[in-house]
Write a protein that binds this ligand. Structure first.
Ligand SMILES: *Cc1c(COP(=O)(O)O)cnc(C)c1O
Length: 466
């Protein structure tokens, strides 16, 4: 399998290189040159498989040039055995033909564990083979950081530096990052917002001279193809559990960087019958504005009760734009260059093509809280604010009541106690037993100014062999 850039100029790469690269040299994102396609018969034959085996079937075509089948199976068994539910991604019914897929049974209680537990193992495997070291530099609005740190804490060949916006992640989220001990783990709190952190990471990939040529950067944010790949699997899992592929499914996905929902779009292209994908955003609604009015325009960042979705631009949206433009990298490049200067639209027929499967909605904090409260009062089931946005958007956008509607449950409610309190419920969500002492653990992080030079100096000084 070869991977090509969405901007059409960078060289095509194999899986190993794509895993280690991050952004393409032309500023684009890597996507598979072609996707594997599974027949209904083949998908049907996967019914009842344990999660790790299903994951093998769905993902092996993407990695087969780089990793022997046995090694990959072993990696997947290890990856998904750290989840605390035997089904790995269990479904919970919340109404007639309406479901939440709980993707928060991993070590950091958010769906990002699905990809990052695997990514850490993939990286160490490939780096061991190549006798190479990398510095991971990542930006987080909360959940990515802890999941990346948990995913890489045992990697021998990786130092990890995670930038989070100072005082802008929840205390649980911060502690999940800063209490992990390990001399290859470094937390940096930047006095800025998430987009400042993300911009620093992007610029660092463009010019890595601060590392003195002794190591190289690798990405763990959702521009890394391997993360998207791992997220395709649970769409198959949910569908197979509810009668797929012999009936189609609808998914509602709490969306920030467009990684998780893009994986759903790929599952559909790989043959899984999906009739609707709902892009659920909070007040940072650039994607909703695009989907409802074909206008792509950056607004000011707003801070909401769902911080993991507080972003101004969704990096992975570029991957969809690439497809919508018939995989013409030059067209994507021009469009995105224009988009950085002001509002842009795409040709009407391309936009209508996207609208065939994608719907969207933006849910504000008040409505998020109402949903948390309603679902709790109806079912005694507690949603986290991100998942609540997904559930509310699903209800507002539902096309066909006969099609199962599955909202991706992206985080455990105990990660966001403020939103639960705001919703008027008097209960305090409990952390699962294995994390009950989180507030007693010792924290370690460094606060730096919103200044790329300072961050570079820190990294250059602190990676293992510096
Ligand atoms: C990261 C995250 C999202 C957004 O996912 P994207 O892939 O960036 O769209 C939604 N909810 C939670 C809890 C998250 O951590």
């Amino acid at each position: 399998m070869r991977y090509i850039s969405t901007r059409g100029e960078a060289p095509a790469l194999g899986f190993e290189e794509v895993l280690l690269t991050g952004l393409a040299t032309d500023g684009g994102l890597y996507v598979p040159e072609s996707l594997p396609h599974f027949s209904l018969e083949e998908i049907r034959s996967w019914r009842g498989l344990p999660y790790a085996e299903l994951a093998y079937n769905v993902m092996y075509p993407f990695v087969e040039d780089a990793i022997p089948a046995d090694a990959f199976r072993k990696m997947l068994d290890e990856t998904y055995s750290v989840f605390t539910h035997k089904a790995v991604a269990p479904l919970v019914q919340i109404d007639s033909n309406e479901w939440v897929m709980e993707l928060f049974r991993g070590p950091t209680l958010a769906f990002k564990d699905f990809a990052l537990q695997l990514l850490g193992r993939l990286l160490d495997y490939v780096l061991e083979k190549r006798n190479q070291h990398v510095v991971i530099m990542g930006a987080t609005s909360g959940d990515t950081g802890s999941a990346a740190i948990e995913g890489c804490r045992r990697c021998k060949h990786v130092d990890i530096f995670i930038l989070h916006p100072y005082q802008r992640v929840s205390e649980v989220q911060r502690r999940q990052m800063t209490t992990v001990q390990g001399d290859n783990i470094h937390n940096i709190a930047v006095k800025g917002n998430f987009d400042d952190c993300q911009r620093m990471v992007k610029e660092s990939f463009g010019d890595q001279s601060f590392l003195g040529g002794k190591t190289q950067l690798a990405a763990v944010n959702s521009i890394n193809w391997a993360r998207i790949m791992a997220q395709i699997v649970y769409y198959f899992q949910a569908s197979l559990s509810l009668g797929g592929p012999d009936r189609s499914m609808a998914f509602s996905v709490p969306t920030g960087n467009f990684g998780d929902i893009f994986a759903g779009y790929l599952a559909k292209k790989m043959g899984l019958p999906i009739s609707q994908l709902v892009i659920a955003t909070n007040r940072n609604d650039i994607l909703h504005r695009f989907m409802s009015g074909n206008k792509y325009e950056q607004h000011q960042l707003e801070h909401t009760l769902s911080p993991s979705m507080d972003i101004m631009v969704s990096s992975n949206f570029e991957r969809l734009l690439f497809d919508l433009h018939g995989r013409d990298g030059a067209a994507v490049k021009t469009l995105l260059e224009n988009a950085s200067k002001g509002p842009v639209s795409i040709e009407d027929y391309r936009w209508k093509h996207a609208r065939k499967v994608f719907d969207s909605d933006a849910v504000d904090d008040k409505s998020t809280c109402d949903t948390i409260r309603d679902i709790f009062e109806q079912n005694e089931y507690l949603l986290d604010p991100h998942t609540a946005i997904g559930v509310q958007a699903a209800r507002n956008c539902r096309r066909d009541l006969a099609v199962p509607m599955i909202t991706l449950g992206t985080a455990h409610p105990a990660k966001f106690p403020d939103a639960i309190a705001e919703s008027g419920l008097s209960l305090k969500p409990q952390l699962p037993a294995h994390m009950a002492d989180l507030f007693e653990r010792e924290e370690r992080y460094t606060v730096l100014d919103n200044n790329l030079g300072e961050v570079h100096d820190f990294i250059a000084k602190h990676w293992k062999n510096a």
